[in-house]
Unconditional design. Sequence first.
Length: 266
Amino acid sequence: MLAVEEIEAFRAKGAEVDFGAFGENLVVEGFDLAHLPVGTRFQIGEVELELTQIGKECHSHCAIYKQVGDCIMPRKGVFTQVLRGGSIRVGDEMTMELPAADRPFTAAVITLSDKGFAGEREDKSGPLICEMLQEAGYRVVETILLPDEAAPLKKNLIRLTDQRQVDLILTTGGTGFSRRDITPEATTAVCDRMTPGIAEAIRGYSMTITPRAMLSRTVSGIRKGSLIVNLPGSPKAVKESLEFVLPSLEHGLGILRGTASECARK
């Protein structure tokens, strides 16, 4: 969707664009779409939509960008999933409902593994994390398998936080001493604030199981409203680490969302 107000402002810069020129399916009036929270629902007659992403990456500049040097879709376009289908016609009224404050937290899981990405090894840690998150009441919206490379990891972390507004992002793998283990560095590079206590707690607990836990380089931090936590690569270490920290993360995520206070609880 695109707001008609954004299209008109773009036209005022001298761009000659028709409705649909940006690839938008719906043009709507009266909504500041790009500043709505993910999870917002729209009702158009019998049709119900849910906002899933703000903007998108422009892989190759379109004809509009080449014409005027700018394009609003990557910044102002929003994407929705169809919860209930039906027909939409020009002139239909659209209403909006903001997401409930007590909605389940969303999560995404990223596995870093050269061999897993190449199909030479089965990813067991990622599915295990998803299972544990779902059992804890989280809604897992994406699972991603990447090679041990900084650029794609940073790109996906930024997309998941800025555009998809995922509450919790868990990575697994790439936290050791190997030259290809770049997960902590890539995570640190995209975070606005670090949360060292989470990674320290994981290492401290893991040290009670094996002294080699001291070799883990996991970090954790916050980007905008999302919490990013590195987990080890092995399924055993993932299970132990997540069982230990997951019960405490909910309070921090509530503070980020604005639904919990900073006050300590006995």
